[in-house]
Design a protein around this ligand. Structure first.
Ligand code: ATP
Ligand code: MG
Ligand code: MG
Length: 383
């Protein structure tokens, strides 16, 4: 088709694996930087992979030698290594975008300049109880104490209900750079996957995400009972936020829909995202297909990002016992219209994302009915 460009991927977890699935279908070689036999490498048999870490300068250099364009499945990478290799190989999205976004506080400071609404927040300078108590007086309780860096799946968040919680909160997040956020009393969480191409900012439909213990449990596409005006506002907010960063590819934008129907940004990710997994069955092009196309300047017909059928995605998360995720998978086998994706990550740990299931149907109501038995299994495992 063309002189097949090579894509380098920092990180070989489930997101890298699903990117490789898309690259494979277009005969594009994807070289993965991660430990041997990581989920992405398992489905890609060639000798271009690099064993190492996306946090090591030398490994990133090595990957860059064999690729035309480098991208990342995770934002917690060595952006100084990316800055260095950017003179030799294209880096998408830009290392500047990844560097700003990987620090949630810097991300918000940057987005504030673009008028993006978000919860009021304060930076901690020395992580003392006195300092946090003072911030608590300003923001009120509850407030969310957050790590600026290395945050994912809520690991890095601590809800502070009152001044009495402060010692425990600081202990839980000790030795991390912190900021505190005013509590957002949302009625729903929304998300939009944005695809930045060389000359466009495209987006997938607005979805509803449900988090349990700060970790994504289900995603409903489209968001249920959200009037079109709010949907349009969410689309505009997401595109505006992503436009504040340089570079091409997929960006996940998480938002809060507040009681007064106003929207606030929760956070943004410079990558393919859990809230966009449903696109694999719900749209003609998945977020992974679109990401590969965007970073390689290949056409993305906007129509291919439209919803084909209402879709519900459920994460299969490691539970109390090493095999609880297998019980969920087993139950999913009997659900009509369910597509199961397992990530082949090896042993389950509580809270570890092991796979996901997407159910599609002609109506959202039908999809809800079909997936309910599986949600019941997952809920019973937690109980
Ligand atoms: P991710 O896995 O999406 O990267 P994360 O660890 O970076 O998550 P956040 O997205 O900041 O964490 O927060 C996780 C969840 O915690 C949110 O989806 C929301 O449910 C809740 N949350 C975060 N900030 C607030 C807030 N200010 N007020 C109320 N709830 C919040
Ligand atoms: Mg995050
Ligand atoms: Mg989040």
């Amino acid at each position: 088709m063309w002189n097949s460009p090579k894509v380098g991927i920092l990180g070989g977890g489930q997101l890298g694996r699903m990117l490789v699935e898309s690259a494979n279908r277009l005969n594009i070689q994807a070289n993965v930087l991660d430990v041997e036999n990581s989920p992405a490498k398992q489905i890609s048999a060639h000798d271009g992979h690099v064993t190492g870490s996306f946090k090591e300068r030398e490994s990133v250099r090595k990957l860059a030698e064999s690729c035309d364009v480098i991208t990342a499945e995770i934002e917690h990478v060595d952006t100084y290594a990316l800055e260095e290799v950017a003179s030799k190989v294209r880096v998408e999205p830009s290392w500047q975008a990844i560097r700003t976004i990987q620090n949630k506080f810097n991300q918000k400071e940057h987005l504030r300049k673009y008028g993006i609404p978000m919860a009021d927040h304060r930076e901690l300078q020395n992580n003392t109880p006195q300092e946090l108590a003072q911030i608590g007086e300003q923001l009120g309780y509850p407030m969310m104490l957050k790590s600026k860096t290395m945050a994912y799946d809520g690991r890095g968040n601590f809800r502070v209900n009152s001044e009495a919680d402060i010692p425990e909160a600081l202990e839980a997040l000790k030795d991390r750079p912190l900021y505190a956020e005013k509590w957002a009393y949302f009625k729903m969480e929304l998300a939009v996957m944005v695809i930045k191409t060389k000359d466009d900012v495209l987006s997938y439909p607005t979805v509803e995400t449900v988090q349990e213990d700060s970790i994504c449990k289900t995603v409903y596409a489209p968001a249920r009972n959200v009037p079109d005006a709010i949907n349009q506002k969410a689309q505009a907010l997401a595109r505006k936020a992503v436009s504040a960063f340089e570079g091409k590819g997929a960006f996940g934008v998480e938002m809060f829909l507040l009681e007064d129907n106003s929207l606030m940004l929760c956070e943004l990710a410079s990558r393919i995202h859990n809230s966009g997994h449903w696109t694999m069955e719900g749209c003609a092009l998945s977020q992974f297909d679109s990401h590969i196309r965007a970073i390689l300047d290949l056409p993305i017909p906007p129509k291919s990002l439209e919803l084909l059928q209402p879709s519900i995605m459920l994460n299969i998360i490691g539970g109390a016992t090493p095999d609880s995720h297998l019980k969920a998978t087993e139950a999913a086998l009997s659900i009509p219209n369910a597509t199961i994706h397992l990530y082949s990550k090896g042993d389950a740990k509580p809270g570890r994302k092991m796979g996901h299931v997407t159910v599609t149907a002609a109506t959202m109501h039908e999809a809800e009915t079909l997936i309910q038995p599986l949600i019941d299994v997952v809920d019973n495992m937690r109980a």
